[in-house]
Design a protein around this ligand. Sequence first.
Ligand code: SF4
Length: 320
Amino acid sequence: MSAASAKKTPADAAVKPVKKRACKKAQKVATNDDANPVKKRACKKAQKAETNDDADATPVKKRACKKAEKTTKAETPADANPVKKRACKKAAEKKKVDKKPKNATRSPRPDAERRRLADRVFATLTERYPNPRCALDHQTPFQLLVATILSAQCTDKRVNAVTPALFERFPTAEAFADAPLEAIEELIKSCGFYRAKAANISQASRAIVERFNGEVPATLEELVQLPGVGRKTANVVLGNAFGIASGFVVDTHVLRLSRKIGLSDEETPEKVERDLNELVPQNDWVDGSHRLIYLGREYCVARRPQCDVCPLGEFCLKQP
Ligand code: SF4
């Protein structure tokens, strides 16, 4: 028997193995789920054993238990730690700052520069298309209103092919208001979205008969109250049937071209219209819309713009 062994008291020998086991249990609990009641009991046992320990006699066990505590802390979610919370917030804020808005690469050009660009664009377009006219055939404001409703998601050519028979059968707002929906649908079927368009034409006709004595109103505010009539349709009707320049007509061509040329960085027709209205003199709003539409059809076709022969090729910014 060694001298060290000889110094061990019987009490020491009895206590140490129990403590060792308890500490192992504590470590196990710390690295696993705290929610397990059986494990929790084991941890309590370990803590109890530790508090009964003689401080000098069990330094190894204490270190082990501290490690176990550290592991448990490390496993708690970051939210519980205020320092980590602050770090998380900072990281989130940095992320926000780093995340650039969709249009961040496009810096808006100064007004003067954009105005000069608009002057060149519309002077060139006026030379290229001296006598523009509305592409939708019509005899009255009401017919133009109906034709413009039909032209949504449809070519003007297709609309012009449909309207002669339609207006022969239903020549006035009263006639449309009294017509069965199916009869209108049948005549406009080839224009696409014919059910929705027929319903809008029918309801707009009734509103015109009931509220405006069968006459198309001549103000933007009244026109946009009619079913199926937005700012674009209202501007078409006012500009071409009444000679009132109420605003730029922003259809699919004008929307695309304004952005491509660099006249506007906006993405909605309303905002592009606001930009064009500011850049172009009011007496050029109606013809200017037609001219941009002409250019869109002839050169700036969405999928294959012909920049090398386009009259605006020299100064168009050709933005994506
Ligand atoms: S230059 Fe090109 S991108 Fe610009 S309007 Fe003409 S066809 Fe379109």
